[in-house]
Design a protein around this ligand. Sequence first.
Ligand SMILES: Cc1cc2nc3c(=O)[nH]c(=O)nc-3n(C[C@H](O)[C@H](O)[C@H](O)COP(=O)(O)O)c2cc1C
Length: 210
Amino acid sequence: MEIITKANYQTWERFYRANFINSLTGFKSINLIGTKNQDNKSNLGIFSSLVHIGSDPALVGYINRPIQAAPHTLANIKETGFYTINHVCPSFIEAAHQTSAKYDEGINEFDEVGLHEEYLGDCIAPFVKESKIKYALQLREIIPITLNNTFLVIGEIQTIKIEDDILQDDGFLHIEKSNSLASNGTDSYYSTSFLNRYKYAKPGIKPLKL
Ligand SMILES: Cc1cc2nc3c(=O)[nH]c(=O)nc-3n(C[C@H](O)[C@H](O)[C@H](O)COP(=O)(O)O)c2cc1C
């Protein structure tokens, strides 16, 4: 067992400390965000900082790094107001990781990494054809986080496409059946294994399996 204090980790080498802090928060869902710019050029990037904000209205947020570090996705979302979120599956894990490379503006990462664009409903932003769970979002709010120059980008869920057998009778998505992956830090990916679902918890009552 090791005890590490702020005074300790503040002295660490930059990349060592980043690996440590980035992986401390544990497994996250891993997703590709698809956008288009005003000139109709597509962009695709990998993002793990997704967070459920609320189900009614149906809001999802993600953290965008400082604009110099990750400029294109956020700029496109501001320009068009629409974007897609696509779960990552093992069959395209390397292509998904490659989208994190710093491609120049106007370079279409779909073409660069060998993924395919798909268009659904009236969403102008591209979906990832290979993804088994994907949804469009309309931008609702961008909250600047002045502490570190990042942004909480919040969108409302629009059209959703899900492969067969994933949607359960009670509305729950059995995402393990789509082999949706998790990540930790910015370089490690995990498959998941389902344990149990439990009934709504009540004080003093032992958790009951569904
Ligand atoms: C596993 C993984 C997770 C990432 N998660 C995020 C994230 O949540 N937010 C972010 O701004 N960048 C994240 N990145 C970095 C972006 O993918 C990278 O900066 C990308 O170039 C942004 O593209 P853009 O300039 O087209 O927006 C992540 C990278 C990897 C490899």
